[in-house]
Design a protein around this ligand. Structure first.
Ligand code: GLC
Length: 556
């Protein structure tokens, strides 16, 4: 079989992955919807709930088990909706609560579960609680819901600590009366005080609000950030990076032990509901600390970001897969794999940069010429077959199935991510992976909506549209469709992984069903195992029994 062509037919009685003995999320394939850029039903340039409803048949046919929808709550969108003004209302640009309820029902009718995004670390400055806090006196109960403190130095004119915002600049902002509030992200995102019982009970009520509306799970934003050191010490090494700082022991605001008590209470709330309701943590913590979040009475899953951060290197990826698989098994969970999301450069471009490039700051820091577009596309296709062959669950990000590249040269005038301003225009931020999806060639936004989208699509995206790729056996979309169908039959049936080879240039492993995945990371073709029928390949092979560079293959 050549790449992308005719998957083995799925037998009619094959249970969708997750049905049967294991809860669905252990092996589920989750599709991330960045709703602002997914599909625009009302033609205002912004994606919406009804646009998503119209694409449910596409998602069902793609074969996904669940959708994770980025925050859809009422929000001024200072950080793409991660600044929530009302956790129980849908942002009017996206629709209303009735639309969301209809979406949940219709998705369930298609056999697709819905994971909502919950943002507990901070609210929006437009949340009623923050307005009340600003209007209230220092020391008042309204201020105690946030981290609001006196400053240091003469007249309190200096911030209370040296903590830095993840988006750049100090993490404190001064109120008109002279006190300072903490914002680990943008100033429009004041951090909530999780030692306050009112904050705790409000969030439990918010979880119930959505569970009562049949939400199947929650992705928990900045799960490692909720608890702050009550002594508010200065940091020795104040850094804006979430990952780097969270790897430091006993950090003042990342990955503190008190987080786990909060998570256990949320877990009890979920366990009180029928069905396999789940929670997945966005916790940028060290591999040693990650299993703590996965204990049986805490999160069901936590994203593994190490694979996403890894270079295109067989040894590095082997070690990450091996240790994450063992660590998850030790606490009774399964690994949760991800290669792309709304915060990182799209894999197709990332893998086109030389190993070791700091893609978070490229192209501001590096020449454009180092990007090898064709190599990036080849490697992203191979990485997709790796991702979808791994045991556990996999999350794919909208447009990943289309092989979309990062729109890394968007005009500066359209950049919307707070990172751009906060970094003093040294980091372009994350807009390049958030460009509206192309659905069909032509029109002002290639089928995203009847008008131009809120970010412009790069030239050539008509050819990357879902419609243009459908039926083309060499397309990224057909590769994903084939792989996902095969995954249901061969990959998601158990959680076994046995290594066959892991050397400098090749990774090969077998799954319990007999599915074998081989990836060639090196510059030369490598021999394929002698026995085995090729089910799917990410690109042309180098002869019948040799695997070309930057290519992956599935055999049985
Ligand atoms: C998470 C989100 C990111 C957001 C940040 C602050 O990392 O994924 O998009 O900016 O939290 O809420």
């Amino acid at each position: 079989m050549t790449h992308g062509a005719d998957p083995a037919p799925v037998p009619a009685d094959t249970p969708p992955s997750g049905d049967g003995a294991a809860p669905w999320w252990r092996r589920g394939l989750v599709y991330q919807v960045y709703i602002r850029s997914f599909a625009d039903a009302n033609g205002d340039g912004t994606g919406d709930v009804n646009g998503l409803r119209s694409k449910l048949p596409y998602l069902r046919d793609l074969g996904v088990d669940a959708l994770w929808i980025n925050p859809w709550y009422k929000s001024p969108l200072a950080d793409g909706g991660y600044d929530v003004a009302d956790y129980r209302a849908i942002e009017s640009r996206y629709g209303d609560l009735a639309d969301a309820e209809a979406l949940i029902t219709e998705a369930h009718d298609h056999g697709i579960r819905i994971i909502a995004d919950v943002v507990p670390n901070h609210s929006s400055v437009e949340h009623a609680w923050f307005s009340e806090a600003v209007a209230s006196a220092p020391g008042s109960p309204a201020r105690a819901r946030y981290h609001i403190r006196d400053g240091r130095g003469p007249g309190g004119t200096l911030p209370p600590t040296n903590w830095q915002s993840v988006f750049g600049g100090p993490a404190w902002h001064r109120l008109p009366d002279g006190q300072w509030y903490l914002h680990l992200f943008a100033p429009e995102q004041p951090d909530l005080n999780w030692t306050n019982p009112e904050v705790q009970s409000e969030f439990e009520a918010v979880l119930r609000f959505w569970l009562d509306r049949h939400i199947d799970g929650f992705r928990v934003d900045v799960a490692h950030g909720l608890v702050k050191d009550p002594a508010y010490p200065d940091l020795d090494n104040a850094t804006t990076r979430m990952l780097a700082s969270s790897k430091l022991p006993n950090h003042a605001h990342w990955d503190r032990d008190g987080i786990h008590e909060i998570v256990r209470r949320w877990r009890a709330v979920l366990d009180g509901y029928d069905g396999d309701r789940m929670m997945v943590a966005e916790a940028w913590v060290s591999p040693e600390r990650l299993p703590l979040y996965l204990r049986p009475d805490e999160y069901h899953q936590s994203f593994n970001f190490d694979l996403l951060e890894a270079s295109w290197d067989a040894g590095e990826m082997h070690d990450i897969i091996d240790s994450a698989t063992k660590a998850a098994a030790n606490v009774g969970s399964t690994p949760t794999w991800v290669l792309s999301n709304h915060d990182v450069m799209r894999a197709t471009t990332r893998y086109g940069l030389p190993n070791g490039t700091d893609w978070r700051s490229w192209p501001a820091t590096g020449p454009h010429e180092v990007l090898d577009v064709a190599r990036g596309a080849r490697r992203a296709r191979a990485a997709a077959l790796l991702l979808l062959a791994l045991p556990g669950s996999a999350y794919i990000y909208q447009g990943e199935e289309l092989g979309l590249p990062e729109a890394w040269d968007l005009p500066e005038s359209v950049l919307d991510d707070p990172v751009w301003e906060r970094s003093g225009h040294t980091m372009r931020g994350r807009d390049g992976c958030r460009v509206p999806l192309p659905w069909s060639p032509g029109g002002p936004s290639n089928g995203f909506g009847s008008d131009a989208g809120w970010l412009p699509q790069p030239a050539g995206w008509d050819r990357l549209s879902a419609e243009a790729q459908t039926g083309d056996p060499t397309s990224s979309l057909e590769l994903f469709r084939s792989a996902i169908a095969l995954r249901r039959v061969h990959g998601a049936v158990d959680e076994q992984l046995d290594w066959i080879t892991a050397d400098d240039s090749t990774l090969a492993f077998r799954r319990g069903s007999g599915l074998t995945c081989v990836v060639n990371y090196g510059p030369e073709p490598v021999p394929l195992p002698e026995h085995g029928e090729i089910l799917l390949a990410s690109g042309p092979q180098a002869g019948a029994d040799r695997l070309a560079p930057d290519t992956a293959v599935w055999l049985r």
